[in-house]
Design a protein around this ligand. Sequence first.
Ligand code: ATP
Length: 625
Amino acid sequence: MRPAQAINNWQADQKADPNMPEQKPEYVSAFRALSGYARPHLWSFIAVIGCTLIAILSDLMQPFLIKIAIDDNLLSGKNDYKGLLAICGIYLGLAISSLLFTYLQNNLLQNIGQSIVARIRKQLFGHILKQSMRYFDRMSSGSLITHVSSDTEALNQFFNQVLLSLFRDGFTLIFIIVLMFQLDTQLALYCLILLPIIWGIAVAFRSYMRTTYQLARTRLSRLVAFVAENLSGMNLVQVFHQQKEQQKQFDERNSSYFKANLREIGTNVIFGRTFDILSNLSIAFVILAGGNSVLDKQLEFGVLYAFVTYIRQFFQPINTITQQWNTLQSATVAVTRIWGVFANKPDITDRDHEPLDLHNLELEDEADERQASLSNLNLEKVKGRIDFNHISFSYEEGVPIIRNLDLHIKSGELIGVVGTTGAGKSSLISLLCRFYDVKEGSIRIDETDIKDIPQATLHRLVGLIQQEPYLYSGSIIDNVRMFDESISPKEVIRACEFVGADSIIKKLKNGYESQLSERGSGLSAGERQLISFARIIVFKPKVLILDEASANLDSHTEQLIQHALQIVSQGRTTIVIAHRLSTIMQADRIIVMSHGEIVEQGSHQELLELEGHYKELYEHSQGHS
Ligand SMILES: Nc1ncnc2c1ncn2[C@@H]1O[C@H](COP(=O)(O)OP(=O)(O)OP(=O)(O)O)[C@@H](O)[C@H]1O
């Protein structure tokens, strides 16, 4: 990731969510947060500092050795070849030592950085998995992806670049200054006069560079968002022949990003060259001032040589440290954002869930495992009776979605739920799965409030087949058994045969080993639902919820689904949200919902006789107005 990307990602998020407070890099709290992760690597850090010191000293002693060779051997007239040979040997030894310890320092620091970042990334993903649906309603998936990928990558850069530079360049600078004073105090003092000038230039460039970086990142974000938008709405783009218009808009964004990039590169070049000019000016100045002293025999030639070399080396670490500023800022913002995610407690938790300890997220995993094993329901003995006791619910305060709904479902009953769009059918199901909690009333399975059932148990108890079933990247076998290797391929094949998906799967080129992707790789909505039916057979939940595919299915797939539903619903309490009334005409009971309430219920025939909402829906589905 380029410097400042995290800042810009964050800024892009801010635009997407205007309610989020303005966030600035908070260096102290960011470093405190990171220090907890760094503590276990204390000895490795000490080893890094040791290696850095040896590597720098090995580097910096080289000009000093040449100074000795010039002043004590070459210009002293002693003809001491042995001494010269010894100096060459030491020089070689120093070069090897510098190489070896730089390598060790780099490797050690990379190792520490990568393991800290990998640990944070793992905990972050685990933490996101535990969040409730309300959180995902609020957060765009784009910004969560940014947290897991770009923000953790910004941390990686912190260890690879900022820390490395702070250790290596910081120590180098200190040693060079000490060595320069050791060689000649007056010349060293002249050189220090340059420091405020260098500082002034660095500060001026830093703020200009930041603006340039940000401009490029903002334009990149716009470009990426535009491509993502087009990809997700590709069918619309093609249906409305928008290709030319979209290409034009893309070209505009692309060219403005290109210009911003050129500006960024130009700024970097000017900054680097300015330092080169300053370095050369200082060398000229040292040669002028020091040369005079050499001619007056007040300074040895070797000292002047060493000084010129150190001045050259002096500018490089300053340049590198200044360039790290942007990376440091983006890493700090990244830490703040990542800790913002960690700080968010899921609002749906199991009873007696211990409070989140931000400093010890591993404890959270252990607590979850403990909770999962604590079930007051014996899964085998659950009958599947469901009671919605006068429940009310809203997504947003003051906008009721479900109002005082009272519904009692017997174990093994097949219930069809119908209603106009937005009536609250899917919301009712979300409440039963405990994606959200009811505001008033309670939902009970076999007399136990679902809030008292650990979520892991509840989700084994209630199986959900969604309108758009989610398929993972992987084979059909793995999609049916949800990567649970304890379920054999034979069981999967039997389940698919049972629900009638077998004939469809066998037609695929690689049969059960065909690789699917999230969009289903060529399977229709109905066919994807059939695969979900097989999942139900494999995992045997006591309660089955089917949010029927609303897409028009061909009559063959529709028949297959009807057949699969009959098979799968046997011995299970089943709730079907029906978009086609034909699916639930045979249901034990049909519930008609409108504006979050049950307005009618009964069998198909009974409801038709009522001549109310259901009859209207039915006639509409039959093509009558
Ligand atoms: N995550 C959400 N956040 C805020 N409002 C929501 C959310 N999900 C649904 N709603 C709103 O709640 C109401 C009921 O939606 P719901 O999806 O339960 O209806 P539905 O009967 O299943 O509709 P459909 O048949 O179109 O799927 C709608 O007004 C919808 O806009």
